[in-house]
Design a protein around this ligand. Structure first.
Ligand code: HEM
Ligand code: HEM
Length: 204
């Protein structure tokens, strides 16, 4: 039955549908937030190796294909992150009453910096391409027109994109390390907040 409920034991808050709480009684992210989160994670894990491979190849068709894929996946990340931020404005992150306040604050800062860098990277990527006069293909489906050539601005956005990658590595490593710490050391079931219900509660 979809309408079975459990109380949020740790929060002392009102009863939530079982599908909205973890086994430990923590409130979960809603299903669309979860879906968008894991899509971002999957595309983020793809966009980086596509760039590394593209840059390592000699000029030719395969390099071009890798760049089309890199740019298209990057633009897809941009769209998903914009949708996530809008969706989050109406569906705020669920309360996390078990994590100490200082650590919760660090996690929140990490989350907003992740949103920021995953907007900065696609925008700077598009501009570094577009300001050299090139149009940007999206998966061989359509192209986004380039802009008037401007070498100095182009170089600035290239610097943002190239140095921005280190912020991506740092923030993603901290984020995943935080999740592993919750999983292995604290064992507080935080990962479950970002996953659909695992034990069939709310479905029978
Ligand atoms: C989340 C989105 C993105 C991430 C994380 C990302 C990441 C990267 C990384 C790590 C590199 C290698 C930089 C280097 O070592 O030189 C790179 C290069 C590049 N990216 Fe992206 N990128 C993203 C989106 C985009 C988009 C949307 C475009 C264009 C529409 C783009 C265009 C480029 C170009 C043209 C290069 C080569 C720059 C050069 O010649 O040094 N990127 N990107
Ligand atoms: C495989 C890698 C990843 C794992 C294991 C992971 C895990 C998690 C978990 C468990 C949460 C929930 C934290 C909580 O309950 O408070 C979360 C939230 C979040 N993750 Fe990830 N994540 C990964 C990759 C990413 C990537 C690549 C991004 C890039 C944007 C990202 C951005 C976020 C954000 C922004 C939140 C907070 C959502 C919000 O409150 O709006 N994650 N992640």
């Amino acid at each position: 039955m979809a309408n079975s409920t459990v109380t949020t034991r740790r929060t002392g808050g009102p009863a939530l549908p079982a599908t909205y709480t973890t086994a430990a009684g923590l409130p979960r992210y809603n299903p669309l937030s979860q879906l968008l989160h894991w899509l971002t994670a999957a595309f983020a894990l793809a966009v980086l190796p596509l760039a590394w491979v593209a840059l390592s190849l000699p000029a030719g068709e395969t390099k071009g294909t890798m760049f089309v894929l890199h740019k298209s996946v990057g633009l897809t990340i941009f769209a998903i992150v914009v949708i996530r931020i809008l969706w989050r404005a109406v569906h705020p992150a669920p309360a996390d009453p078990n994590t100490p306040r200082a650590l919760e604050l660090i996690a929140t800062v990490n989350h907003w910096l992740l949103y920021a860098i995953f907007l900065i990277m696609p925008v700077s990527g598009y501009l570094l391409s577009a300001l050299s006069g090139r149009s940007t293909p999206y998966f061989w489906l359509f192209t986004i027109p380039g802009l008037d050539k401007n070498e100095s601005l182009q170089k600035s956005f290239e610097a943002v994109h190239v140095f921005g990658q280190f912020a991506v590595y740092l923030l993603v490593v901290l984020h995943v390390a935080g999740t592993v710490w919750h999983l292995v050391i604290r064992r507080d079931g935080i990962l479950e907040r970002m996953l659909p219900v695992q034990d069939g509660r709310g479905t029978r």
